[in-house]
Design a protein. Structure first.
Length: 146
């Protein structure tokens, strides 16, 4: 079992599907789903252990009007969700206000302050400029915020 599957147990495929659906909803918040956003979401789904068929099914049945939210059960799952939601905002190099609004709402449901979004966005952008890997950024932020 991969490291990402320790956060989202493969026995709970619905939780993974709902999470990927949330990512699609945030990406769609600006009225379009850019190719780079779609590729990012699919890569997160793969990290969660979803098959190509499962990902395609979620993509094909995605409804931007439906927002579902299930709270993660552990701190690890909360931080995983937080980090990859915020990374999605940066995927197309354009931060849309509706993407921020939805993400801040989910971040508050996770128990974090809405200011956390801006803080993490800043760290991610700085680390990207320094060629620090997303995995290293994730690990460092997890220590700071987890």
């Amino acid at each position: 079992m991969g490291i990402w599957n320790t956060f989202f147990n493969r026995q709970n495929v619905n939780r993974e599907r709902e999470y990927v659906n949330q990512l699609f909803r945030i990406a769609w918040a600006d009225g379009s789903l850019d190719r780079v956003e779609e590729q990012y979401i699919l890569s997160v789904g793969k990290k969660l252990g979803m098959t190509q068929e499962e990902l395609q099914e979620v993509r094909d049945n995605f409804d931007p009007a439906i927002v579902s939210y299930k709270a993660p059960k552990t701190r690890e799952e909360k931080f995983f969700m937080l980090f990859y939601l915020i990374n999605l905002i940066l995927a197309d190099d354009e931060i849309h206000p509706e993407e921020m609004r939805i993400t801040e709402n989910i971040v508050m449901k996770l128990g974090y302050s809405p200011d956390t979004v801006i803080s993490i966005l800043s760290v991610i952008e700085i680390n990207q400029a320094k060629d620090i890997s997303p995995e290293e950024t994730y690990d460092n932020l997890k220590v700071q915020l987890g």
